[in-house]
Design a protein around this ligand. Structure first.
Ligand code: 13P
Length: 250
């Protein structure tokens, strides 16, 4: 049985004090969660977050990883550095990286390989923009992004990978994909994975939905066959809000 995974993406929010406070507030609220829970924090918070998470099952995630082991890449963070911090997960190819920082399918692929090399579980983000949806290009875009991300990734690695479907138009906008829309679109990604790796691998792959997911819509989204969790932005910044998403079934 695969376990749902609900991860908070804090983005560029929360300094050290806020990190300690938020994690302290969150721990008791999600201690009985059925789903796997993770918080993906800014690089500067990782060490403090790791310490604060002690005694809980909440996993720690970073928000990016560089593809090189080390070297002259000012401002970047390597897999070895993340491993030393005992990071469990890393978000790769978030649409904000694609939109503002020149992330491409090829760099997503390179980062994915680095995460696997360092035994850090990647959360690979894909999703179409509003213009692409309106132009009827959802399938084309998702297939391109999925093929690009998974180029030369072997079948055995798939069990360690999570995919997040995040329609760009639903991120931070309060506009959620309907549960049917999310379900049908995730089915496209899963079908592509099935073509690449076969049916058992595709079925076992956890695919999250992300984009204005909150306490109100989590239950309906999570009830969908294709949806195996959530990647939560805004609603992950408050302990109670995030815990209500995590405990969507309670
Ligand atoms: P919001 O939940 O704020 O829409 O953000 C979603 C997201 O981008 C998570 O990675």
């Amino acid at each position: 049985m695969k376990k749902n995974i609900i991860a908070g993406n804090w983005k560029m929010n929360n300094g050290l004090t806020e990190t300690i406070e938020l994690i302290a507030a969150l721990k008791p609220l999600v201690k009985d969660a059925e789903a796997e829970v993770a918080v993906c924090v800014p690089f500067t918070d990782l060490a403090v977050a790791k310490k604060a998470l002690k005694g809980s099952k909440i996993k720690l995630g970073a928000q990016n990883i560089h593809w090189a082991d080390k070297g002259a890449f000012t401002g970047e963070i390597s897999g070895a550095m993340l491993k030393e911090l005992k990071v469990d997960y890393v978000i790769i190819g978030h649409s904000e990286r694609r939109q503002y920082f020149g992330e491409t399918d090829a760099t997503v692929n390179a980062r994915l390989k680095a995460a696997l090399k360092y035994d850090i579980k990647p959360i690979v983000c894909v999703g179409e923009t509003l213009a692409e949806r309106e132009a009827g290009k959802v399938e084309e875009v998702l297939i391109r992004q999925t093929e690009g991300a998974f180029a030369d990734i072997d079948k055995a690695s798939l069990k360690n990978i999570v995919v997040a479907y995040e329609p760009v138009w639903a991120i931070g906008t309060g506009k959620t994909a309907t549960s049917d829309e999310a379900n049908d679109t995730i089915a496209i990604i899963r079908k592509k994975i099935q073509k690449l790796y076969g049916s058992p691998v595709a079925k076992a792959l956890r695919i999250q939905y992300g984009g204005s997911m909150n306490a109100k819509n989590a239950k309906e989204l999570m009830a969908k066959e294709q949806i195996d969790g959530g990647l939560i932005g805004g609603a992950s910044l408050k302990a109670v809000d995030f815990s209500q998403v995590v405990n969507y079934n309670a």
